[in-house]
Ligand binder design. Sequence first.
Ligand code: ADP
Ligand code: TRP
Length: 320
Amino acid sequence: MRILSGIQPSGRLHLGNYFGMMRPAIELQEKGEAFYFIADYHALTSIQSPADLRVFSREVALDLLASGLDPGRAVLFRQSDVPEVTELSWILSTVTPMGLLQRCHSYKDKVARGLAASHGLFAYPVLMAADILIYDSDLVPVGRDQKQHVEVARDIAIKFNEIYGQALKLPEAEIRDSVAVVPGLDGQKMSKSYGNGIFLSEPEGSFRKKVMGIKTDSTPVEAPKSIEGSLILQLYRLVGTPAECRAMEASFQAGGTGYGEYKKELFRALWGHFANYRRRRAELEASPGRVEAVLEEGAMKARAAARVVLGRVRKAVGLC
Ligand code: ADP
Ligand code: TRP
């Protein structure tokens, strides 16, 4: 089974990226042949500083490796090291109905948030379809906001196959319901662009400050607290054991404990969860050549796989 996912180097990675996409993707590396990439071509739709793009691309590589991506099992590479994907993207664009792209929420949302309404931003799902289809992917682990894009990839593959014969494999999205949308510090979806995130590489002081600053209601210390919609509990469930979560819920319902205590416990659990990440990240930062070597090897493997599918497609459409 081929598992594939990508993440844009458009900023530092946060807990939403980690629990929504990185952790599930890393767990899946045991289940099949995983291909994970840094979507730098995609990031050009929002980042126009070459220095930032370089820094963020390296950050994504470091964060994925430090979070447990094992380059012995999974292939890690930069999207732009496989330029074949842009050729496939063009070919796919010729069978992609305009209506399919016009229905995509992400384009409208991004323009509403102030991103330039470029052709690249509009055609982004076609490049994403090429990313997925060029590796004959079976499974695409992503957060819920990317579900529509995986469906578009599937629709494009179906359309292509109707016109040209069965050249493309149909992918499935894999979305973990429990972490489909990780809330940010304000309760909205955690996102790089909402300023409501806790970053994986967040230093201890600001990590603690952010957790202690989570907004809560004004229920008095002695009163029972609502577990429904509690941001503290939602974040705690990401890392607490089932018994720890049940204990916190019971304590909420019993009353007698202030939100500050729960936040301290939440900080302890979150910070502790990332102890291995911090150790591995420090090791990687101390040997910069290692990350480059992983990416180079990944590019070679990914490119070999991409060329097979692109060859099939070129033949199917009559380019050779
Ligand atoms: P952002 O919204 O911060 O720009 P991206 O759109 O680059 O994040 O998302 C990268 C990956 O992380 C995607 O698979 C996305 O679904 C997942 N992801 C991002 N934010 C969250 C979140 N708050 N909860 C769950 N998954 C998320
Ligand atoms: N669009 C995805 C995001 O913003 C990143 C991405 C690009 C991707 N190509 C992909 C994810 C292919 C999965 C598969 O998060």
